[in-house]
Design a protein around this ligand. Structure first.
Ligand SMILES: Cc1cc2nc3c(=O)[nH]c(=O)nc-3n(C[C@H](O)[C@H](O)[C@H](O)COP(=O)(O)O)c2cc1C
Length: 185
């Protein structure tokens, strides 16, 4: 697949079948992720790949946190929270390593990890997979970060939900670059 085809055809798809994604396919996506540019070659991305029962366990952490925040929440709301990571057969949580030396800037590490995420989304497109980058409260949740083995001051920039599409939505035409671009000749 041509790179432009991957870029223009990629779209966020949330509804996926429960069919598993082969381990070697997931590894190809991660390998694409780590081709991203990163200043000082610090490789700041951290991937936690959740499949099978791993998704149930993070769902429990999310529901537990929800219960702490909303002690009066009905069981149904807790179940809904716990089921969120089950929306795809693969969820890749992406954390960002904090700089350990002054020349490395936090924002640059975040940019590099975000570039890795986009590489993964494009590689997923190339593999014929559906994917969506999600954040939400869970991405800022202390219990979720602990569950994932991340430090509390570490950024968790998203969860990449990956699987095979239930239905392929019609391709949308996005607004162009023109109103977001100036040319200085
Ligand atoms: C940092 C980031 C966080 C996002 N978080 C969510 C999210 O929590 N839930 C969601 O449905 N989509 C989320 N998205 C996906 C955007 O909603 C989506 O990219 C946007 O609607 C444009 O659609 P497209 O990806 O199909 O072009 C996120 C995207 C990014 C880059």
């Amino acid at each position: 697949m041509n790179v432009y085809e991957a870029i223009f055809n990629r779209q966020s798809i949330g509804k996926m079948k429960s069919d598993p994604v082969a381990r070697e396919v997931i590894e190809r996506l991660l390998a694409a992720g780590v081709q991203a540019p990163n200043h000082y070659k610090v490789r700041p991305w951290r991937f936690i790949v959740l499949t099978g029962a791993g998704r149930e366990r993070i769902g429990q952490a999310m529901a537990e946190s929800f219960r702490k925040k909303f002690p009066e929440a009905p069981e149904e709301a807790l179940h809904k929270e716990a089921a969120k990571p089950l929306r795809a057969p693969v969820v890749i949580a992406v954390g960002v390593e904090k700089p350990t030396e002054p020349k490395v800037l936090e924002i640059e590490n975040i940019c590099a990890a975000a570039a890795a995420c986009q590489n993964i989304l494009l590689a997923a497109e190339g593999e014929g997979l559906a994917a969506i980058w999600r954040t939400g409260d869970a991405a800022r949740d202390p219990l979720v970060k602990s569950f994932l083995g991340l430090e509390q001051d570490q950024d968790l920039i998203g969860f990449l939900y990956i699987g095979y599409a239930e239905i392929l939505p019609e391709l949308k035409i996005r607004p162009g670059f023109e109103d977001r671009t100036v040319w200085l000749d």
